[in-house]
Design a binder for this molecule. Structure first.
Ligand code: GLN
Length: 191
């Protein structure tokens, strides 16, 4: 199994290291042809307008959408979550639009630009997940096909719809690889 990490901008090295630590082969994805060789794709945090523009410029937008339609699993963190959303509040920026949610960027406000929180998520066991939020978005509303896995102050921060998984925070910046392992299982199931 080989998982691609979109490596245009942002925190892609940390995802690579975490996936390799889980025993998975990783390809850094920069061109459309790179997407053909992977069984699943991680879209990292960073700046969603910049990454979205590069996805269009490099022909990756259509390529990723068509692989997703064929069943490729995708995991988006933070900016990656924004890029996967159908709706981005107040923005027409380019996006994949594969997840039936409305996302608000930089949603936690100025005082809480960066913060950490313990999330209790039954899917990931009894130990809380330490979640690192950096100018994080949250999901404001989600369609019926979307499963909500965790929320902070009533705002959705982990969600899944079929083969698409998103977190508003950055597990790749911690030592806790449970979300990556969960995603690897999603990729295995679709292989
Ligand atoms: N605020 C960024 C955006 O809107 C996302 C921040 C992140 O990925 N850590 O694109």
């Amino acid at each position: 199994m080989r998982i691609g990490v979109l490596a245009l901008q942002g925190a892609f090295r940390e995802h690579r290291l975490m996936l390799e630590g889980c025993g998975v082969e990783v390809t850094e994805v920069r061109k459309a042809v790179d997407v053909d060789g992977v069984d699943g794709l991680v879209i990292p945090g960073g700046e969603s307008t910049t990454i979205g523009k590069m996805l269009v410029d490099w022909g990756l937008m259509d390529k990723i959408k068509s692989r997703a339609t064929e069943g490729m699993a995708i995991y988006g963190t933070c900016a990656g979550m924004i890029l996967l959303a159908k709706e981005i509040v107040g923005s027409q920026q380019p996006r994949l639009g594969l997840l039936d949610v409305s996302v608000r960027r930089n949603a936690f406000g100025r005082q809480r630009e960066s913060f950490e929180a313990d999330l209790y998520v039954p899917e990931f066991g009894e130990q809380p997940l330490r979640a690192v939020f950096i100018r994080a978005p949250y999901i404001e509303s989600a369609g019926a096909a979307v499963k909500v896995l965790a929320a902070v102050d009533g705002h959705i921060v982990i969600a899944r719809q079929g083969k698409i998984l998103v977190t508003a925070f950055h597990p790749e910046l911690t030592q806790d690889d449970r979300i990556h392992r969960y995603f690897i299982d999603m990729v295995k199931d679709s292989a």
